[in-house]
Write a protein that binds this ligand. Structure first.
Ligand SMILES: [Mn+2]
Length: 337
């Protein structure tokens, strides 16, 4: 049982400084695992000093979560000063970026405990003293909850909230959760986590400039009918991709947003999966690539999401796209007035 091994390790070592490391740009599962693990260490090793660190800081969503908890990650980490190292939600030392070499060296001198739910990584297992990895777990937070339970530690409200957020994030708001995860969630809600308060923390508010760009793109949009397909064209000097997604959410089957900045022309396009499967049009291959050539640059991408870069005016790129689409769909587009 990994929890008992962890306790035995801590009882024998009596560490005074623990360093908890997360993968770069740490997501809520990583950050919340670190918060909860810190609490667990405080219960098992009273007086322990815990430092949490993520290479290149934490993600935007995680930042909001840390603010809400009044918890902060350290700006620097010194593996050489810690007498125990933890890696959470992190599959291999590469994800520690600039700390990678230091951690490898220090792991030869002090224990390294890895707690993770990604696929096992042999090189990581080799340098770890304790390797608590379960790739069937929804999230690292779910594994940490198990440790609390196996050790008979009480899950306070703060820990319950953190674990809830990590699990909810990694399961896309529980859409990917199985029965064991729902059982875990039930326990966390019982311990004080309130879904209604917590779910909104997982959605980041859009920047002001992005919202302005989206609204401008909607104001300037021209809508064409190609048979029964509704295609929206617009132009805005930034956030073209976001604007194209906004036009899809308004009801377009395909949205093409062009923009010019500092002499560079960028075009972003997004389609619904219904449009792609019914027409067989692959945006990257059939639309963005030829458009890239027409605007003196390059284009490509995926079936539902693609882009092209080049030179010229946004209006010209849109004219080219209308011509390409007319050919692909075998019908001339008619502007909706
Ligand atoms: Mn995770």
């Amino acid at each position: 049982m990994s929890a008992r091994e962890l306790k035995a390790l801590l009882d024998g070592l009596k560490p005074s400084k623990a360093l908890i490391l997360c993968h770069h740009n740490a997501d809520p599962d990583a950050v919340c695992s670190a918060i909860a693990l810190g609490e667990l260490l405080h219960s098992l090793c009273p007086g322990i000093e815990v430092t949490c660190y993520a290479a290149q800081g934490v993600s935007k969503v995680s930042k909001g979560i840390l603010e809400r908890f009044g918890f902060s990650f350290s700006r620097e980490a010194r593996p050489a000063d810690a007498d125990i190292l933890f890696m959470v939600d992190t599959n291999n030392v590469e994800q520690l970026e600039e700390l990678k070499e230091e951690v490898k060296v220090r792991a030869r001198e002090v224990p390294l405990v890895v707690i993770d739910h990604h696929a096992k990584h042999p090189a990581t297992e080799e340098i770890a003293s304790l390797y608590i990895v379960d790739d069937s777990a929804s999230s690292t937070c779910e594994i940490i909850l198990r440790l609390f339970e196996e050790l008979g530690l009480e899950v306070g409200k703060g820990v319950a909230e953190a674990l809830f957020l990590g699990i909810a994030y990694d399961t896309r708001h529980l859409a990917l959760a199985g029965a064991s995860t729902f059982l875990a969630i039930a326990k966390l809600v019982e311990a004080g986590a309130k879904p209604r308060e917590l779910f909104p923390l997982l959605t980041v508010e859009m920047d002001y400039s992005e919202r302005v760009a989206r609204l401008k793109a909607c104001m300037r949009a021209k809508v064409y009918k190609f048979g029964s397909w509704l295609v929206a064209f617009s132009h805005v000097s930034a956030f073209q991709a976001s604007a194209a997604r906004a036009l899809l959410s308004l009801g377009a089957d395909l949205a093409v947003v062009a923009g010019e900045r500092e002499g560079r022309l960028r075009v972003s396009m997004r389609a619904t999966s219904k449009f792609a499967s019914a027409t067989g049009i692959h945006l990257g291959r059939d639309l963005a690539r030829p458009l890239g050539q027409l605007i003196g640059g390059m284009g490509g991408g995926h079936a539902l999401s693609a882009g092209a870069n080049g030179v010229g005016k946004p209006e010209e790129a849109i004219e080219h796209t209308i011509a390409l689409l007319s050919r692909l769909l075998g019908t001339k587009g008619k502007e909706l007035k």
